[in-house]
Ligand binder design. Sequence first.
Ligand code: MN
Ligand code: MN
Length: 306
Amino acid sequence: MMKIFGHQNPDTDTITSAIVMADLQNALGNPSTAYRLGELNKETAFALDYFKVDTPELLTTVDDQDTVILVDHNEFAQSVAGIEKATPYMVVDHHRVAGFSSSEPLFFRIEPVGCTATILYRMYLENNIEIKPEIAGLMASAIVSDSLLFKSPTCTAFDREVCLKLAQIANIEIETYGLDLLKAGTDLSDLSVDQMLTIDAKVFTMNGISARIAQINTVDIEGVMTRQPDIETEMNNAIAAESLDLFMFVITDIMNSNSQAIVLGDRIDLVEKAFDTTLEQHAAYLPGVVSRKKQIVPPLEKASVS
Ligand code: MN
Ligand code: MN
């Protein structure tokens, strides 16, 4: 039985792509099970509930007995504990390639598209496997989530085209459903500060610098900023506990496509350099910035070189 999972602190693409990949592999005769590496966020829970699909089981570790498929990530630092011992059968992802290695050849598919679901769509076509309505609904949800309803600069024309086709199969009106889905993810009312900082957090190693970049979606940046003192306390705790050089917390307004960042650590200079800005009270406004992958990690990486 092959184990399929996405990254830690799972988002909608990571969870649904694990489910979708398991559906595809099972259809191809490779017995597979989808797993999650953490709690579902509210957006993902909304999608699974809407399409009446069960939540995958939690996976905390793998070992040398496991054959695995990684979706929506490839960096071991973002994967399950023990990943370096498991046998990777396949990777399907749309992120930079870093911190991955294997002792045997494998299927390794990375495409510079906006969403893992877009690549999976291609794989259904290539293998001539029919996409069931609930599977199409999950894939459309993933594209809406990763592209912020086609507004992110990571979204390609092909992502949009695929999403519209999937919406038809799933029998949803994409603008209406998509907005409902994104709004479900912006309900931060009962989240602790710690949860806000981990719900979508990733750690990146950039030229020896360890940077944690956490992001949340909201329709009310000011509302989140009222909690800045508590947020900074938790960020400083994480910096000490995880020996981080940089912690960047990005609060993204999904309606207006802007972000506010709170930045702490010894290397805040990288953020000032990358975005040509000066932090004020540990914060910076980043107009037009919504994508960590395309608009935050690359300039930070560049700034870390010199
Ligand atoms: Mn993801
Ligand atoms: Mn993704």
